[in-house]
Write a protein that binds this ligand. Sequence first.
Ligand code: NDP
Length: 331
Amino acid sequence: MTEKFLAFWLEESEGRVTGSVQELETADLPPGEVLVRVRYSGVNYKDGLASIKEGQVVRQYPFVPGIDLAGEVMVSEDERFAVGDRVLCTGYGLGVSHFGGYSEQARVPADWLIKLPEGLTMREAMILGTAGFTAGLSVDAIVSAGLTPESGPVLVTGASGGVGSVAVAILAKLGFEVTASSGKEAEWDWLKRLGAAHTISREEAQEPSKGPLGKSRWAAIVDPVGGAGTGERLKSVRYRGVLALSGLTGGGDFATSVHPFILRGVTLAGIDSVQCPLPLRLDVWNKLAADWKPEAIFEHGVHELPLEEVGGALARILNGEAVGRQLIRIS
Ligand code: NDP
């Protein structure tokens, strides 16, 4: 079967990438066992990078970006999925090496899909998207290490962004005393509405300490910012605490020493949402649909946009101007 449909199409000309909504046909889609009628997608930092040549996320244009999608199965050649099933996909090659979610139809390998967990609508799943899932994985690293609200206060960096804002909402819901670090002072009240007990500046969240260890301050840190600040933050993690590191908005490199690890038993937990194994993937999505469901984000943190406005949404996230989650209504 082939049908015409709309997609956000990135093209390269003279070293510059531009995007526009174009008409495609089902036959233009890459191979895969399941054809999905996409209802919603989201906007992540990586989607922003996919839309610029220097982002080095997409190797070949023309391309349909969008690393997240939720929709209904239209055609399935895999016994795990039936026509009409509500499914979601994040990560793997979606929107990176394989046409992604900014498209009314997407054809994907069945191994990349999961059924929408009970307790989440397609819209809610895409409000969370890769950013929310990454926040969920970060919280999982913290609670799996045995940390509880009694262990002490927790810090979330890049708190006004996608990963950060969802992490604030989940941790607050679980009863943790959350300090949200944000460079956007105008959003500090909003972060309190999401559940943050305190707000601090980016500078305070990476205050340099002279020695190999700083003040023992945080039981855990959710850190989607990375960069030099991560090295400083490691020095402020309490005994047997966890720093869950997921991102690089603040840079790719940091310096550290053995001291936080051998004197305080600190764990540096690496967070990857892209190749995350299926059992953990399902476990975290099920928690996001139940006990960890961050209602505060659904109530206060969503900017819903039509497919035609994807270009502006991508520019905002690249410029560090996005607040909360930008949701794209596809069909
Ligand atoms: P957003 O752009 O929504 O959020 C990033 C936030 O970081 C911004 O809102 C801002 O928060 C802060 N920030 C921006 N620029 C700087 C800077 N120069 N220095 C310090 N802080 C800065 O992005 P996402 O939440 O979608 O992604 C965050 C990071 O996590 C990205 O690096 C992304 O690539 C990574 N990521 C990794 C995943 C994984 O699987 N490991 C999955 C998803 C994302 P504020 O103004 O409040 O300080």
